[in-house]
Design a protein around this ligand. Structure first.
Ligand code: 4AD
Ligand code: MG
Length: 476
C-alpha cells in the first residue's frame, strides 16, 4: 500500500513504516531526496544511508526520476521539516535523463517557457498549486449548486444555434474540405453533412439551460465552450469552461444576489481547502510584482484580496451611473482613455479597470446596459433603451460574469430577434418556451478560467488551463 505524502505530513505520529511513490524534485549531497507525489505542494525529505548505498543507484536518483521508497517515518534531525523518511530501500520506477530533462535547469524557468513545455509544467510548484486550486474551485461549484438544489444539466457541445448571436463559431463538419458537395448556387451543401445541416461547437449552453429551467426550476451547466474570436489576449481562450446557472422566477436582483453568493462561496472554499497552495501563490505573485513599478503593484496580497472579496459586498451600479463616474474621472479629463466614453458606447477594459481598481477598489456589478450591444435574449427595460443585463467586473481581470434577466414576453422577444436578424424559424424551440407557460427567469455565465485567474493570482489565462487553445496554437 502506498501512503500519500500529504497524509504523512499531516500525521502527528512518527516511527512507523511506509511505502511512498513519487518524483524527485531535488537530490542533495547524495543523501537527501526531496520527493513530491502531487498530493500536496510540500515535498517529503527522504534520507539515504549513502555510505551503504550502491553507487549506480545513487546515479539514477536524478531530478524528475520516479521512485518507490520503503522506510520509516522519523522526527526530522534537520531544520525545515517536522518529519522525514529514513529509507530502507529505494527502487527506481522510471529514470529521468538528466541532460535532456528541461526542468533540470538551475534557474527558475519563465512561465512563457513553461507554456512551451506544457506537457511537463505540472511538475513545477506553481502549476501543481494552480491545478489543485482549479480542481477545488470546480468541486466547490458543484457543491454550491447541489446544496441549493440545482440540477446539473448537460447541454450539447455540438449545436446548430449561435447562442450569443455573435457569429464566433467553430464549424463541425465531416464534409471533404477539398471537395465539399455544392448547392446549385455553388454554396457548400450542408444538407449532405453529418447532421444534415450546418453545425458548430457551442459558444454557450444558456439557451438549452433556459429550457430546462422552465420545468426543473433551477439548473446549471458547467462545460467547455468555444469561441473563434481572434482575441490574442491574456484573458481570452478559444476553448474555455463556463458555469451557467439559470433560475425560473428570478429577476435581475435575485440574479445578482445569486452570483455574488456563488463567487464568495467558491473563494471561501479554496481559502479553506487550499491554504498551502494559496500561500505559495501569494508569495509567487509578490515576487512577480517586485519587478513592476510601485504604482502598478497591488495594494493587497493575493490572500488579503480573496479575504476582502469574501467579506465585502460587491458594488452595484447601472451602466448610466458607470458612464457618469467615467466622465468625472481623472483619466477621462486628462484624455488618458483610448476609447470614447459616452452613453451608448460599450465599456472597454480600460474603463472597467478604472471602475474596479481605481474608483471602487472591489468587484462591481454593472447593470442595465444599452440594448444595442447586448444579446437578443436580454429583457427589455421599461425605458425601451436598456436591457436587464449584468456584468461582474473583478479587480485585475475585468469581466468575470455576464448575465441577465431573460426576455420572457414572446412579442418583445420576437421583435428583438427580428431587429437583430436572428432567424426565428430555426429557433422555434426557444420561442416555444415563451409560448407554453412562459415565466420570468434569469441566469448568468461565469468564465471558469477567469475565476481561476482571480483566485490563483496568475496573470495569463494560458497558465490556468492545462492545455490552452488560442489563435495559432493547439499543441498537445
Ligand atoms: O458574457 P458572455 O459571452 O455570456 C454568455 O455566454 C451568456 N450566455 C452567459 C449566460 O448568461 N448564461 O460569457 C460569459 C463569461 C464572460 O463573462 C467571461 O468571464 C467568459 O464567459 N468568457 C471567456 N473566458 C475566456 N475566454 C473567452 N474567449 C471568453 N469569452 C467569455
Ligand atoms: Mg459578456
Amino acid at each position: 500500500m502506498r501512503t500519500k505524502i500529504k497524509a504523512i505530513l499531516l500525521n502527528e505520529q512518527t516511527d512507523y513504516e511506509v511505502t511512498i511513490k513519487g518524483w524527485v524534485r531535488s537530490f542533495r549531497n547524495n543523501q537527501f531526496i526531496a520527493l513530491n507525489d502531487g498530493s500536496t505542494l510540500n515535498n517529503l525529505q527522504i534520507v539515504i544511508d549513502f555510505a551503504h548505498a550502491d553507487e549506480s543507484l545513487l546515479k539514477r536518483i536524478t531530478t524528475g526520476a520516479a521512485l518507490e521508497i520503503k522506510g520509516t517515518v522519523i522526527a526530522s534531525q534537520g531544520k525545515g521539516q517536522r518529519v522525514e523518511v529514513k529509507a530502507a530501500s529505494v527502487t527506481v520506477l522510471g529514470d529521468c535523463s538528466g541532460e535532456e530533462y528541461p526542468l533540470q535547469l538551475k534557474n527558475r524557468p519563465s512561465l512563457e517557457y513553461l507554456r512551451e513545455i506544457a506537457h511537463l509544467r505540472f511538475r513545477t510548484n506553481t502549476f501543481g498549486a494552480v491545478f489543485r486550486v482549479r480542481h477545488s474551485l470546480a468541486y466547490a461549484i458543484h457543491r454550491f449548486f447541489n446544496e441549493k438544489g440545482f440540477v446539473y444539466l448537460h447541454t450539447p457541445i455540438i449545436t446548430a444555434s449561435d447562442a450569443e448571436g455573435a457569429g464566433e463559431m467553430f464549424r463541425v463538419s465531416t464534409l471533404s474540405p477539398e471537395n465539399p458537395p455544392r448547392t446549385e448556387e455553388g454554396a457548400i451543401d450542408y444538407k449532405e453533412d453529418f447532421f444534415g445541416r450546418a453545425t458548430n461547437l457551442t459558444v454557450s449552453g444558456q439557451l438549452e439551460a433556459e429550457l430546462g429551467a422552465m420545468s426543473l426550476g433551477e439548473v446549471y451547466t458547467f462545460g467547455p465552450t468555444f469561441r473563434a474570436e481572434n482575441s490574442n489576449t491574456a484573458r481570452h481562450l478559444a476553448e474555455f469552461w463556463m458555469v451557467e446557472p439559470e433560475v425560473a422566477f428570478n429577476d435581475l436582483k435575485d440574479n445578482m444576489d445569486l452570483a455574488e453568493e456563488f463567487i464568495q462561496y467558491i473563494i471561501g472554499y479554496a481559502l479553506e481547502h487550499n491554504r498551502e497552495d494559496l500561500e505559495f501563490l501569494t508569495q509567487r505573485l509578490a515576487e512577480e510584482e517586485k519587478a513592476k513599478p510601485q504604482a502598478e503593484r497591488s495594494e493587497m496580497s493575493l490572500i488579503e484580496k480573496l479575504e476582502f472579496v469574501l467579506n465585502n459586498k460587491f458594488e452595484r451600479i447601472t451602466y448610466t451611473e458607470a458612464i457618469d463616474i467615467l466622465l468625472q474621472s481623472k483619466p477621462y479629463k486628462k484624455k488618458q482613455f483610448q476609447y470614447e466614453v459616452q452613453w451608448g458606447a460599450d465599456l472597454q477594459s480600460e474603463h472597467e479597470r478604472y471602475l474596479v481598481e481605481k474608483h471602487f477598489k472591489k468587484p462591481v456589478i454593472v447593470t442595465d446596459y444599452p440594448k444595442e450591444f447586448k444579446s437578443f435574449y436580454m429583457r427589455l427595460n421599461d425605458d425601451g433603451k436598456t436591457v436587464a443585463a449584468m456584468d461582474i467586473l473583478a479587480p485585475g481581470i475585468g469581466e468575470i460574469v455576464g448575465g441577465s434577466q431573460r426576455e420572457e414576453r414572446l412579442d418583445k422577444l420576437q421583435q428583438r430577434m427580428e431587429d437583430m436578424h436572428i432567424p426565428a424559424e430555426e429557433m422555434y424551440w426557444y420561442l416555444d418556451s415563451r409560448r407554453f407557460g412562459t415565466a420570468p427567469h434569469a441566469g448568468f455565465g461565469l468564465g471558469f478560467e477567469r475565476m481561476v485567474l482571480f483566485v490563483t493570482g496568475m496573470t495569463n489565462i494560458r497558465d490556468v488551463i492545462p492545455f490552452p487553445r488560442t489563435p495559432k496554437n493547439a499543441d498537445f
